[in-house]
Design a protein around this ligand. Structure first.
Ligand SMILES: [Zn+2]
Length: 197
């Protein structure tokens, strides 16, 4: 990704971006879509979400994500997101998954509602790697009781890796009565390259 500032990738960078890999839908979701492959230029672009003040790529990413949803013919009633930790949100002053979700919701003409709360994890120090990498846990916010039952929920995150985060989050929503949960991310990682014949 070049350093040219702006709300969207320049034509040169655009040509280097790759579409997200087509991978299995994580458990608990009826579909899971992502705009970009999370490596190289796509990874750089998503990292720019962290610099919200520097004419962020947020509108460009959200428009592309919304277009994926429309192209797939997904009817969704409400948009929500998998929230980051309270600590990270305080450090940055915003939650990039929330920024994406709110913008996607506006593009789709649907309400964005905070339905999930991230459960505080155990202190990271002293944990084994596997424990640190374990998927986060979520609990329902009060709004779930009115906004989830019988609704099709669009669940937004910035990056999908294993899909375990979306699976965990979707479980809370379906337990609250959501009719279906559709995953949507700015980028998705490819699985580790297998060394097959
Ligand atoms: Zn460029």
């Amino acid at each position: 990704m070049c350093e040219r500032p702006g709300p969207a990738p320049c034509a040169g960078c655009l040509a280097t971006l790759r579409a997200a890999p087509s991978l299995a839908v994580p458990a608990g979701l009826v579909a899971c879509r992502a705009l970009l492959a999370y490596d190289g230029p796509g990874r750089d672009l998503v990292a720019r979400l962290k610099y919200r003040n520097a004419r962020s790529v947020l509108p460009w990413l959200a428009a592309g994500m919304a277009a994926l949803t429309v192209a797939a013919g997904d009817e969704v009633d409400v948009v929500t997101w998998a929230p980051t930790t309270g600590q990270r949100r305080r450090e940055r002053g915003f939650d990039q998954a929330e920024l994406l979700a709110r913008r996607v919701a506006r593009e789709l003409g649907r309400p964005a509602v905070a339905l999930l709360q991230r459960q505080p994890g155990p202190h990271q120090t002293g944990l084994r790697l596997a424990e640190r990498q374990a998927a986060p846990r979520f609990r329902p916010r009060r709004a779930v009781a009115r906004a989830a039952p019988c609704r099709r929920v669009l669940l937004v995150d910035d990056v999908v890796t294993s899909g375990a985060t979306l699976t965990r989050a979707s479980r809370v929503l379906t337990d609250a009565g959501a009719a279906a949960v559709v995953g949507l991310a700015a980028a998705r990682t490819a699985p580790p390259r297998s060394r097959g014949p």
